[in-house]
Write a new protein. Sequence first.
Length: 160
Amino acid sequence: MTNKNLKLFMRESIKAGEIVTAPGPDTIRGEDGSPVTLEFRVMSVDEQEKIRKSYENKSVALDSTGKPIVSSGEIVYKTDPDVFKASRHMLVESLSYPDLRDPELMKFYDCFDVTQMPTKVFTRKELEFVMRAFNAAHGIGEVNTAAQEQDKNKIDEAKN
């Protein structure tokens, strides 16, 4: 019989939000001339979902004549998510460096809404690059870390 130790699932790194680093875009370089290193706090799925839901706009669904749609005696609502604003908000919440919530940085860009900061601080190409790094840090898309390479090698060995 296998010992079922639940302490194995009580990991502080997950609870606290692991910090993951990624090289920044080539266009942003440090004082020594090397590309800046981005730092992301890995957000929980719950945190991401809460942000996504906060950017859902609900409105009454209307038929082609402009009348509200009713189903089983209840008014039907449609939900229009603002995916881009939610994504920018998640990026701001996750980025530890640069801290896009920094008051001095926000003042420099004359910005009062944190969801505007990614588009103020980064060019379009830089923002695409940073979003890919954010996705990789959160396991969305392709991540290429040494640990994952080792896992892949173990899986390949097990297959043979």
